[in-house]
Design a protein around this ligand. Structure first.
Ligand code: AMP
Ligand code: MN
Ligand code: MN
Ligand code: MN
Length: 284
């Protein structure tokens, strides 16, 4: 495993807000040359057994995965879990609690959108939902593109679904310590997802990394589909400074919407310890 470079440890299926099935993703990962894969649906492990079986069928080494929504300093932060027992009762209960508020939040989002003239957004978003427990902003974005309100999902987020915009509803997700504990107690490694994407001051970012480590978190995504090349360098430095393992993942959601395909990222920068080195015994 040590010489493996094309690990892709972050993507989404229709079990959360991706558009492909776990089986289609396994095929696509294999075809794209991925050597170690993890499906990391938001707040869900419902696709893990399918992903495992599909990976085995195409001869692709696999790590279990999820991406947990966390509230930290009033900002939503994502924590990826890798290599845990997908049947762990505490992890499953924690994820179910984290998902629990999504329907109410979605109904509020639809009410707010109605105020700015966009009717029927809850029902519209539901048409895109593969898992009724997991209605997300992405599903609203697809509906607003379908109805011609915006040209792309990115435009929907910019104009409607981010802080201060008419369809944005603040939400309280899991606590950082709980998310890290659910993952690690189930035998996995916790990883800070796409750290450059959070609106933190340097002090808040330092607090996130410090507290994450204190709770037992061990990794950080350095090379991800949502980082620029300059951000790879910044977070490679942060990984060294905080003595964290480095992860790599496309965050692929959909062939139509995602800029980075499965397996298409550059390798991790040198002198970093890849998170998969600590997960050797968890590879399926
Ligand atoms: P939610 O968990 O419902 O808050 O939705 C978050 C998801 O929205 C993320 O996982 C991304 O898939 C998607 N997302 C967030 N920001 C953007 C953006 N600017 N453009 C496109 N998709 C985004
Ligand atoms: Mn997503
Ligand atoms: Mn994320
Ligand atoms: Mn993601």
């Amino acid at each position: 495993m040590d010489i493996l470079t094309n690990a892709d440890l972050h993507c989404h299926s229709e079990v959360s807000d991706g558009t492909l099935t776990p089986e289609a993703l396994a095929h696509r990962a294999k075809a794209n040359g991925v050597e170690l894969w993890a499906l990391t649906d938001h707040d869900e492990v419902g696709g893990q057994h399918r992903a495992m079986a599909a990976a085995r069928a195409v001869g692709l080494p696999y790590l279990t995965g999820t991406e947990i929504s966390v509230s930290f300093a009033d900002v939503t932060v994502h924590i990826v879990g890798l290599g845990f027992d997908p049947d762990d009762a505490q992890l499953k209960a924690g994820l179910a609690a984290t998902r629990g508020g999504r329907e109410g939040r979605a109904r509020e989002m639809a009410e707010q959108l109605a105020h700015v003239g966009i009717k029927g957004a809850f029902e519209g978003a539901l048409k895109y939902v593969g898992n009724p427990d997991l209605i997300s902003r992405t599903h609203f974005a697809r509906f607003l593109v379908e109805t011609g309100v915006c040209a792309s999902t990115h435009e929907v987020f910019r104009r409607y679904l981010t802080d201060g915009k008419p369809g944005y509803v603040p939400h309280r997700w899991a606590r950082l310590g709980d998310a890290v504990r659910w993952i690690t107690q189930a035998g996995g490694q916790a990883v800070i997802a796409h750290p450059a994407r959070y609106a933190f001051t340097p002090t808040q970012e330092f607090a996130l990394f410090s507290e994450f480590k204190q709770h037992g978190g061990t990794g950080v995504e350095v090379v991800t589909g949502s980082h620029t090349a300059a951000e790879y360098v910044k977070y490679a430095d942060m990984a060294r400074e905080f003595d964290l393992l480095a992860s790599r993942g496309s965050d692929f959601h959909s062939p139509e919407e995602s800029h980075t395909d499965l397996g298409a990222l550059p390798p991790l920068p040198g002198q970093l310890r890849p998170v998969w080195e600590a997960l050797d015994s968890r590879v399926i």
